[in-house]
Design a protein around this ligand. Sequence first.
Ligand SMILES: Nc1ncnc2c1ncn2[C@@H]1O[C@H](COP(=O)(O)OP(=O)(O)OP(=O)(O)O)[C@@H](O)[C@H]1O
Ligand SMILES: [Mg+2]
Length: 291
Amino acid sequence: MNIVILSRNEHLYSTRRLIEEGQQRGHDVEVIDPLRCDLIIEKEKPTIYYKDRYLDYVDAIIPRIGASVTFFGCAVVRQFEMMNVFTTVTSDAIIRSRDKLRSFQRLSKAGIGMPKTVFTNYSRDVEEVIAHVGGTPVIIKLLEGTQGLGVVLAETKNAAESVLEAFNGLQARALVQEYIAEAKGADLRALVVDGQVVGAMKRQGRDGEFRSNLHRGGTAKIVKLNEDELKVAMKASRALKLPVCGVDMLQSSRGPLLLEVNSTPGLEGIEAATGRNIARAIITFIERNSK
Ligand SMILES: Nc1ncnc2c1ncn2[C@@H]1O[C@H](COP(=O)(O)OP(=O)(O)OP(=O)(O)O)[C@@H](O)[C@H]1O
Ligand SMILES: [Mg+2]
């Protein structure tokens, strides 16, 4: 098969692993920078021009679209969809999953447990917002944050007020969330492929840190998920129509609580922690589904 990885950087661990496993299984694997594609749109014959040729021979794509290039990257994915090329994740699902508020709304409708969360439109009524999530301490998160940056634990009402005021002043949208103390600075990441959990790790923040992000000095080790945790991961994948995704959860006294679903999960941490061949699972998923 001709498999294309849509990625801006062929040297990233995840991209390299997908190339390696695809080739091992006898496929032609090529990395294409979505930003260098021209989309040619006309009646009944959508095509893509890349560098010096038409991409009319592709059987399947693996989108690895970064958040900063969502708009054009997803347009390229959509063009492949119009050309009847199999994709591990659709353009619509990527776009939906990039919007945290929208995703939370869908996930809550799907009956998935999550920390109680309030989204406000630069609200001034901080007291009310804090009361909605059960009082302090609360977690305040920038909607555009990543790798633990922009996630703040506010212990008191005064602290929460200051943080929200600062964020509001910067015109940065934030959400206020119930703090799950029982998680003890750890979270779970389940890697889902073809709707099934193929590997899971527990990330633990360094001492005195409530954020478990590996970029903030956290460590990861393999974990066996219980029934409820497996269910949340698979339900979340289904609800957001992301057959391949990373599902982050907190362990709480009322069961697993969903934090986030990532449509472009990194493979490095999870393969290292679990010893599982996740890249191969993605390639065999394609083999089962692409004509
Ligand atoms: N409500 C909460 N209660 C307790 N701990 C939390 C809560 N929300 C987040 N955390 C901790 O903080 C870490 C970072 O939060 P989160 O994953 O939401 O943000 P991020 O990693 O910056 O963003 P993203 O995962 O969207 O890239 C989590 O991995 C978790 O360990
Ligand atoms: Mg996170």
